[in-house]
Design a protein around this ligand. Sequence first.
Ligand SMILES: C[S@@+](CC[C@H](N)C(=O)[O-])C[C@H]1O[C@@H](n2cnc3c(N)ncnc32)[C@H](O)[C@@H]1O
Length: 375
Amino acid sequence: MAGLYLHIPYCKKLCSYCDFYHILYEGDKSDYISALCTELEARRDYLGNEKISTIYIGGGTPSLLSVKQLELILGQIHNQYSIEENCEITIEMNPDDITPDYLAGIKKININRISLGIQSWRDADLKLLNRRHNSAQAENALRETFKAGFENITIDLIYGIPGMSINEWSSNLDFSFSFDIKHLSAYHLTFEKGTVFWKMLEKGSIKEIEEDESTSFFNILIEKSENAGFIHYEISNFGKPGFFSKHNSNYWKQVNYLGIGPSAHSFNGYSRQWNISDVKAYIKSINSGKPFFEKEELDNRTRFNEYIMTSLRTMWGIDLDYVEKLFEKEGYDYVVNLSGKFKDYGLMKKEGKYLILTNQGKLISDNIIAEFMMP
Ligand SMILES: C[S@@+](CC[C@H](N)C(=O)[O-])C[C@H]1O[C@@H](n2cnc3c(N)ncnc32)[C@H](O)[C@@H]1O
């Protein structure tokens, strides 16, 4: 079992908050598609004999590719790799790229999970975020996606946007749950260096929301999603039973994955590597057979820290047996000793062999995780 991630870095408009690697879309991208196909072939041995159980096409904006281009990429994956029968194939889509024809096309090529970047149902937020779509387009896109027969639909929302009230966040959630979505990713807005929002923050033309407001937003999210039948399985992810993101869950469970395209990361248990974040240099290197990635061999301490960082964010928590097996008595004692005070404060609980954050703990997960990092 392994994952395959493909990065499509193009966007028609740059969102004010986003620091994922992306560049402006300027028409036909056949040179890029052919570079992706070359990389897929060149790296076919990276995962050994493991079968691909999930494919995730992310961005940027993958829905800027035509169905034909997506078909070409998926065809190459099938030529070069061995794919599990019920492979989860996700594509991130921007609401204003959605048309009935496009949906029918991607369904035909067996894409079976749609991730819609709604972000907010409020036009004022969408404007501030510099999104291409408005709320009416988002609603129409979601309805069309259901109409096209997709069952596994997830949406992305952002909260903590300056100017968004608690009531407005609450309405955003109610409206989302009025649809039969099976999954929700809800992210607290973060201000990332190099983004338009970061510059606005520096100039003082935008302000981060207060910590107690963040807490209220998060609590409403937990309460409403639970009432709507969703399971809070990762800090920012909520799924109906049977509809957790298999691809992302695998990242959090240390399953190996291969990342194709500029800025994409790969992991095989012992090393991590990441492709250069520059489309032109990426295409040039791929075509001339030059290296296009950097690599880090993971020492035990890094593997330990990565495991804690990912597992603590999930409902499954830290598996103490796994810690003992991989990091021996030293790692086990370190975790158990440190967890004592968090349990006393009600921030963490032990269920069998698992150490899990409580809802209270999830609110300050970043601080708790930081304390667990081995120096
Ligand atoms: C790589 S983006 C997906 C791109 C997708 N094409 C879209 O619709 O924007 C993944 C998600 O991360 C979230 N995200 C990205 N940057 C963020 C930030 N600075 N703060 C909060 N959420 C963010 C957004 O919800 C976004 O949909």
